[in-house]
Design a protein around this ligand. Structure first.
Ligand code: FES
Length: 194
């Protein structure tokens, strides 16, 4: 009987030790989780960082006469993907159109809203034309045949501002800055790409 009592006390004592060891391991694990979690988040954070919407200088105002015709300019800007920055890369292209008497041009991105092909301009027909699936747009960016066109929406306009900078001690020039953002293709509304 006394032997059985001793055995059962030993069992209780072992169970207590096991429970304390388990709690110690658990506490250690939780303590580790903080720094590891923070490390993982900091490693992944670029994936969740939204791309900036940079104002990019695309032309001088003198390069865009107010004759109502579109002028094509490549957009060169710093670019960043998940972990790497690239300096002065070609990121797209725009058409600038300045109507007679207007100071501020209208900017259209050259990327077709249907599937992203580069839209061209036919001076003969005075229309923007997409070479991929035949969408065409009037000079104001509206689809020639409205909803009957392949493209689900009109050409995407971009925000434009003018910026005066000194060219020399006595002269200044006016730059055309465009907020160059990318919109998702294939949608009837303008939805920013992430
Ligand atoms: S990509 Fe332009 S019409 Fe399809």
């Amino acid at each position: 009987m006394a032997e059985m009592k001793q055995d059962s006390q030993a069992d209780i004592s072992n169970a207590g030790k096991n429970r304390r060891s388990f709690i110690a391991i658990l506490a250690g694990g939780l303590a580790m989780l903080g720094p590891i979690g923070a490390g993982i988040l900091s490693f992944l954070s670029p994936l969740f960082r939204k791309a900036a919407s940079p104002q990019v200088r695309v032309a001088l105002l003198d390069q865009v006469p107010d004759d109502g015709r579109p002028y094509f300019f490549r957009v060169v800007a710093d670019r960043q993907d998940a972990w790497t920055s690239y300096s002065q890369q070609k990121v797209g292209a725009v058409y600038l159109v300045r109507q007679p008497g207007d100071e501020l041009p209208v900017a259209f991105t050259a990327k077709c809203p249907h599937a992203g092909c580069s839209v061209g301009y036919s001076a003969e027909e005075q229309k923007f034309k997409c070479p991929c699936h035949t969408s065409s747009f009037n000079i104001d960016g509206c689809r020639v045949n409205g909803d009957k066109e392949v493209s689900p929406r009109d050409m995407d306009t971009l925000e434009v501002v003018l910026n005066q900078v000194a060219a020399s001690d006595s002269e200044s020039v006016t730059e055309v800055l465009v907020t160059f953002v990318d919109y998702k293709t294939g949608h009837s509304e303008k939805i920013l790409s992430e």
